[in-house]
Design a protein around this ligand. Sequence first.
Ligand code: ATP
Ligand code: MG
Length: 173
Amino acid sequence: MQIKRLRITGFKSFVDPADLRIEPGLTGVVGPNGCGKSNLLEALRWTMGEASAKSLRGAGMEDVIFAGTATRPPRDFAEVSILAEIAGDEREIVRRIERGAGSAYRIDGRDVRAKDVGLLFADAATGAHSPALVSQGKIGAVIAAKPADRRAMLEEAAGIAGLHVRRKDAEGK
Ligand code: ATP
Ligand code: MG
């Protein structure tokens, strides 16, 4: 899987629309403390289906919406779009959250369930909790994890997490 473009509107500190093209190879993001580097990674993780507000450093999921500053009013929605090449096909994945209305997902312009986005990325072996996305402090968490949790991380890295999701789906769980 290769991420080609990231579009962010109203997500955390990204109040104005930001459009980032990501070229093949290594990409570095540099900037002073608090400029939004981690928010960028969180925008990616959120769109890939992250369901835990806490792991996005918030109390509730609506905390990802731009909360306003001394000079700018808060926003009432956040939207992030990922353009990625997955298994040879270009796909656009969009997640949007509105205050009081929760999250909605789209794949290539069609409304889908969170589960569909989860399956798409699980099959591409880079889910929301994939060790390929290592946030600040996460290395310590991997070392301290209970064996069962660490196994889940390794399974996701090995690309078999999608099979478990599909089995649970088939069993009606
Ligand atoms: P560091 O180098 O310290 O790791 P960073 O570049 O990773 O910094 P981030 O943690 O991405 O910085 O950004 C933090 C900034 O994002 C803070 O200024 C915080 O106020 C702002 N921020 C977070 N959530 C929101 C929100 N919902 N609305 C507005 N601003 C927000
Ligand atoms: Mg940071």
